[in-house]
Design a protein around this ligand. Structure first.
Ligand SMILES: NC(=O)c1ccc[n+]([C@@H]2O[C@H](COP(=O)([O-])OP(=O)(O)OC[C@H]3O[C@@H](n4cnc5c(N)ncnc54)[C@H](OP(=O)(O)O)[C@@H]3O)[C@@H](O)[C@H]2O)c1
Length: 345
């Protein structure tokens, strides 16, 4: 058991949530100098206009922490510099659920990775992204793209069938917090959910789990696929051209994980040919999605600009998660959402 922990709020957070953190874990010595950062917003803005004097004040402020709430300036370079300067730092909580990427970007040596624990906000976004995934699957089965096109043309199109939930089969790829919650919501509406994962896990609502190697075969039997994977070297291009070509014609592709997990040129081609019926994407391979991308103009595609996880509750939920992890650290218990520093997720 440790008596106290000096926490530096390294990224914008409202006074209200700082007060909540102090209330939830009174053993924390929470340092908060909001003028060193951008105004607190829901999207964790970075302050880019510090003059040298303000920058050195920010660095001095960071040097006083044993733990950081957020990666300084959401930047791997700033994180690395802060770790090198501050030998007392022992824990950094990254704001994104996929915060492993920020840790990877810091290019830390083994000694630093050993000394400092890294955690992410995985789980906080599970409910909003599962809801968006549900929307995406329904947009496909209820044919949102076709309806929109006909409506814009003032066209009373003929009788065309829609999918029925009880007859709909969905593959959920990646059974972490988001994938598991998605499976629960989909199965709650009567859909059959097949999990695709690299190991057996307990996932309520999933009828069976298939190994990742069987992705192509699974796609041949489902009406929709939801990707809820982190962006790592191992997951890059997992929804490959061959997997997409093996998919059931008309399949709906929903991605709420990372855009790099999809062979995007192949997806575009197969959307254009109609083999893939529709796509609902919160994430794309390059973000922001370039204005020249054909994805913007395809009537059977819905793009959300990496915003489906955002809700007004997000900063409070991350604050509560941080408080729980601080309690665990102080009580000598294992923390939640520890970054895997081999695969960086
Ligand atoms: N759209 C957004 O705004 C948004 C918001 C939050 C998160 N995300 C993305 O979504 C990802 C998942 O979030 P989460 O909260 O569900 O995270 P999580 O609970 O950490 O789940 C990640 C899952 O991915 C699995 N995985 C990792 N590498 C894999 C591989 N090579 N093959 C198969 N499965 C693999 C993990 O497997 P194990 O169970 O074996 O560890 C784990 O179950 C995040 O990493 C982030 O990149 C996007």
């Amino acid at each position: 058991m440790t008596q106290s922990l000096r926490v530096v709020i390294a990224t914008p957070l409202s006074d209200e949530n700082v007060a909540l953190l102090r209330r939830l874990e009174p053993r924390l010595d929470v340092r908060h100098e909001p003028e060193l950062m951008a105004p607190a917003t829901a999207d964790w803005m970075v302050r880019l206009d510090r003059d040298p004097a303000l920058q050195s004040r920010y660095e001095e402020y960071l040097d006083g922490g044993e733990a950081f709430f957020g990666v300084p300036d959401q930047s791997g370079t700033a994180l690395r510099a802060a770790i090198e300067r501050n030998p007392e730092l022992r824990w950094v909580h990254t704001i994104p659920a996929g915060g492993g990427a920020q840790v990877k970007a810091a290019k830390l040596d083994d000694a630093a990775l050993e000394r400092v624990a890294f955690t992410t906000s995985a789980g906080v976004h599970a409910q909003p992204l599962a809801e968006f995934a549900l929307f995406g699957v329904l947009a496909g089965t209820k044919q949102l793209g076709r309806l929109r096109v006909a409506q814009i043309r003032h066209e009373w199109a003929g009788r065309q069938p829609m999918g029925l939930n009880a007859e709909t089969r969905v593959a959920v790829v990646g059974l972490g917090a988001i994938g598991r919650r998605t499976a629960e919501l989909l199965s709650g509406l009567g859909m059959t959910v097949i999990g695709v994962h690299r190991r057996e896990v307990d996932a309520p609502g999933v009828s069976r789990i298939e190994p990742v190697e069987n992705l192509g075969a699974v796609l041949g039997e489902v009406d929709a696929v939801v990707l809820a994977l982190p962006g790592t070297e191992q997951t890059a291009g997992m929804l490959s051209r061959s997997a997409l070509e093996a998919a059931k014609p008309g399949i709906t592709v929903v991605n709420v994980g990372r855009g790099t997990t999809v062979d995007e040129p192949a997806l575009i081609e197969l959307l254009q040919s109609g083999h893939v019926g529709s796509a609902v994407l919160d994430v794309t391979a390059t973000e922001p999605l370039p204005a020249s991308s054909p994805l913007w103009d395809l009537p059977n595609v819905v793009i959300a600009p990496h915003t489906a996880a955002i809700s007004e509750h997000e900063p409070r939920l991350i604050t509560e998660l941080f408080a729980e992890n601080a309690r665990r650290l102080l009580d000598g218990e294992p923390q939640l959402n520890v970054v895997n520093t081999h695969e960086f997720y």
